[in-house]
Design a protein around this ligand. Structure first.
Ligand code: F6R
Length: 617
């Protein structure tokens, strides 16, 4: 949530910051702003709306300065107004600040500062933080050498702050420097050729450098035109580690697609290949993971798994639960990360924890992980963004390697999480009762997933045509059973988040216990109808809907014969192994949601009220 960019170098800062903000817009898009040091002032342009609007506003300021900061906002404290947009400038005009996070004790600090004569133009906690830095800066002894005076005022301020933050600060007295810090909000320093770019994620700086330093919680970076240094809140020096980002700017471009969501749906075959590359044993009977940091013998001792995540990642956990219990016969519990951290659920001693997060920055998932670790559990992470907080704090884990996911609605990261969950199920199963030949068959099935997804994607024109006919409905049900129940939940989530249509996912047989009351000719149902033991049961549920005039879209596996007239529209996906079915079945509901949202002229990649990475509680 909220995107942060900062620049110190020789180029015009505003152009670089605006380009970065454009790429970060998926983190928050209710307002945007930029502050450049020039002409002896902290010159600010900010505006409600998208970065495009800010660019026009910025043009009027004729920015030429080479140091600056910029922000895209996802409102927490205070409504969506120009005044509440970042950057904020202290009432003495000396400090400018951008902030991602929430300052919990801002009211107390505001009262204190008001008593000292500081004034406020906005309702934000950020402006309070900004003035507190100004207060400490004014108090810092003048004889402190320049760098330290600025740095120490930020450090002192942060010691008084409760809450979370990723911040970047400018100071009028040190016009070519930035001080930035983080606590539970991501911040990366790009080390370029004679320039430094600060950003809340790599997509904002990848066009200028692939060399980055991932800042850790409690670290403060001080950037000058020639160098940077990192220290902690306790003034300890930190030796920076410069990492290399493995993807390039092309990966973060639309490359001819209308939306990132569309691009990412069609990238899934390749993404799945990347997620499983090098992760099968030589004998082809099980999965292998390099970074679990837990031996096979230790893994075998685990008698229960606990999975925590949010949103789509939580749906992926439900599928993992189904597959691990089905194939490995080990009990699994899945919890919303946001619930787990407060629920104090009883846990067995030999429980292994997994957290699943595309971004690796979701605050609830991070907090759940920290709580599990505090209780002494080993936590492994399934995560896409390399160097993310969750990846760094986990005891081990599996990187998804699907490249940047920019569309707010998760697609390729979700199916890759399904794949990795299926691989973990295989790994655990092969350590227990699964035979060698069943393992080989399972591995072959997983290897076929990219091609099966390719074939499911061939249905796109047909699904587009169906979407046109269904886009006017305001309510949908998604119904599936067993491993496809979580995909029903995912289908409903995809539809509601990008097209604002009310949609619910249910196990198909639960219909008659309540949701069937919703059925009429105005409420279509999307059924997953795979071949197999529950085929006839699902068909019965469809009959119940049809008897009440509900329109039915059936997603069937090849070779399924539905009774005539039962479905109004049929989408066929390839028949596949149980471990791969949830992956392949996700494709039609992703496409259906996408095309319906496009038909309704919704902003697919930036749905209202949402942000890609939820870094506030
Ligand atoms: C839905 C979606 C969200 C995320 C959730 C967790 O399309 O993208 O529900 O799945 O916010 O995000 P991560 O995986 O980054 O922890």
């Amino acid at each position: 949530m909220c995107g942060i960019v900062g620049y110190v170098g020789k180029q015009k800062a505003s152009a670089i910051i605006l380009e970065g903000l454009k790429r970060l817009e998926y983190r928050g898009y209710d307002s945007a702003g930029v502050c450049i040091v020039q002409g002896g002032r902290l010159e600010v342009a900010k505006k409600v709306g998208r970065v495009e609007g800010l660019s026009k506003e910025a043009a009027r300021h004729h920015f030429v300065g080479t140091t600056g900061i910029g922000h895209t906002r996802w409102a927490t404290h205070g409504g969506v107004t120009d005044a509440n947009a970042h950057p904020h400038v202290s009432s003495d005009g000396r400090i400018a600040l951008i902030h991602n996070g929430v300052i919990e004790n801002f009211a107390k600090i505001k009262t204190f500062l008001s008593g000292k004569g500081y004034t406020f133009k906005s309702e934000t906690d950020t402006e309070v933080l900004c003035n507190l830095i100004a207060y400490h800066f004014a108090k810092e002894p003048q004889e402190n050498d320049g760098q330290n005076r600025f740095l120490e005022s930020v450090r002192k301020t942060l010691r008084h702050v409760e809450g979370t933050y990723g911040i970047a600060v400018l100071c009028l007295d040190f016009p070519d420097q930035i001080v930035a810090a983080r606590k539970a909000s991501p911040l990366i320093l790009g080390v370029g050729d004679g320039e430094y770019i600060l950003a809340s994620d790599a997509s904002a700086l990848i066009s200028r450098t692939q060399n980055v330093v991932y800042l850790k919680d409690g670290e403060i970076v001080h950037i000058t035109p020639t160098t940077f240094s990192i220290t902690t809140l306790d003034q300890e020096d930190v030796s920076p580690v410069v990492d290399k980002i493995t993807w390039t700017i092309e990966d973060a471009e639309l490359n001819g697609y209308a939306h990132f969501m569309e691009k990412e749906i069609f990238e899934q075959p390749q993404a799945l290949e990347n997620s499983m590359r090098g992760r099968f044993s030589e004998d082809g009977s099980t999965a292998l993971f390099g970074g679990l940091n837990i031996t096979a013998a230790e893994f075998r001792q685990i008698d229960r798994f606990m999975f925590c995540a949010c949103g789509s990642a939580w749906h992926a956990c439900l599928v993992a639960e189904h597959l691990i219990e089905r194939f490995a016969r080990v009990p699994v519990e899945v919890d919303y990360a946001s619930e787990f951290r407060y629920r104090n659920s009883p846990l067995d001693r030999d429980t292994l924890f997994f957290v699943v997060s595309q971004s690796g920055e979701t605050i609830d998932t991070l907090a759940a992980m920290r709580e599990a670790k505090r209780k002494g559990y080993r936590v492994l992470a399934i995560n896409n963004v390399v160097g993310s907080t969750i990846a760094r704090e986990a005891d081990g884990g599996v990187y998804q390697h699907v490249g940047p996911e920019i569309g707010v609605a998760s697609t390729k990261a979700f199916t890759s999480q399904l794949l990795i969950g299926a691989m973990i199920a295989l790994y655990v199963a092969r350590q227990r009762d699964m035979s060698f030949s069943d393992g080989v068959q399972y591995v072959e099935a997983l290897k076929s997933a990219p091609n099966l997804v390719r074939r499911a994607l061939e249905q796109a024109p047909r699904i587009k045509e169906i979407a046109k006919r269904y886009s006017h409905y305001n309510d949908f049900l998604f119904l599936g059973r067993l491993s496809l129940f979580p995909i029903a939940l995912e289908g409903a989530l995809k539809l509601k988040e990008i097209s604002y249509i009310h949609a619910e996912g249910y196990p198909a047989a639960e219909m008659k216990h309540g949701p069937i009351a919703l059925i009429s000719e105005n409420c279509p149902s999307v059924f997953f109808v795979p071949k197999g033991e529950i085929f006839n049961k699902v068909v019965s549920s469809m009959q119940e809907i049809k008897a009440r005039k509900g329109p039915v879209i059936a997603i069937v596996t090849e070779g399924c014969e539905l009774p005539p007239g039962l479905a109004d529209d049929v989408i066929t996906i390839p028949e596949c192994h149980e471990a791969v079915l949830p992956i392949v079945a996700s494709v039609p509901v992703q496409l259906l949601s996408y095309y319906i949202a496009v038909e309704r002229k919704c902003d697919v990649d930036k749905p209202r009220n949402l942000a890609k990475s939820v870094t506030v509680e």
